[in-house]
Ligand binder design. Structure first.
Ligand SMILES: [Zn+2]
Length: 217
């Protein structure tokens, strides 16, 4: 992970273009809207998977806003933003895991129709985001992670829709809790990955700065 290769022009695209910033703002608006839609849907349907996914929309809105702010800033600043992303994902994962375990001991079956409908709207929102970002998917790690995230979230929404059908078929809460649990473990996986990469970037950048100050002095 030494950033010395020039590679293709595309791979060094760090998001510094007005067109990309416009797309990113639109994606942030979509994610923030979907946070409120899924939060309301999750509470009214009693679905942990919808609540977990709503938190993902909230986290993504925050993450993309940070990405937008740090575009063009020094690597060390961007790496610190990455560390913040990773740590906040850990917090979300812990909350989802904790409340899912809590739900295991609570009676009640989520409302499958609401869950499936909201899940489908969320799926559409993520597919639209992924398509809007498709053009930029080969940029630097920041730009790339935004695209990957929308794509993965669309896949997660299919799991929510499947869980809703499972609930309708079995009249039990287990499909919901299972999907919420899987989502929490995916959050942890991403959190570890993002935290590691940002930490490495930060350490490398510090080494590079020290080396160049040695050289100059
Ligand atoms: Zn996401």
């Amino acid at each position: 992970m030494s950033g010395e290769c020039g590679c293709s022009a595309n791979q060094s695209f760090d998001g510094s273009s007005p067109a990309y910033k416009r797309v990113l703002k639109l994606i942030i608006a979509i994610n923030l809207t979907m946070f409120f839609v899924e939060l309301a849907g999750g509470l009214s349907a009693g679905s942990m998977a919808l609540l977990a996914d709503s938190l993902d929309f909230l986290g993504d809105s925050a993450t993309y806003t940070i990405s937008l702010i740090v575009i063009g800033m020094p690597l060390a600043t961007r790496a610190k933003a990455g560390l913040f992303k990773g740590l906040s994902l850990f917090v979300i994962a812990a909350w989802v895991l904790g409340s899912t375990v809590y739900r295991v001991f609570i009676e009640g079956v989520p409302e499958a129709l609401t869950m499936g409908t909201i899940g489908f709207v969320a799926f559409a929102a993520n597919v639209i985001s992924a398509v809007l970002l498709l053009k930029y998917k080969d940029g630097d790690s920041n730009v790339r992670s935004v695209w990957l995230c929308s794509r993965n979230d669309a896949i997660g929404n299919i799991a929510v829709i499947a869980a809703a059908s499972g609930i309708a078929a079995t009249n039990s809460a287990w499909p919901d809790l299972l999907v919420a649990g899987i989502m929490a473990s995916l959050f942890i996986h991403s959190a570890v990955k993002i935290t590691r990469q940002s930490w490495r970037e930060l350490v490398n950048e510090r080494k590079r700065v020290l080396a160049s100050s040695d050289y100059n002095g």
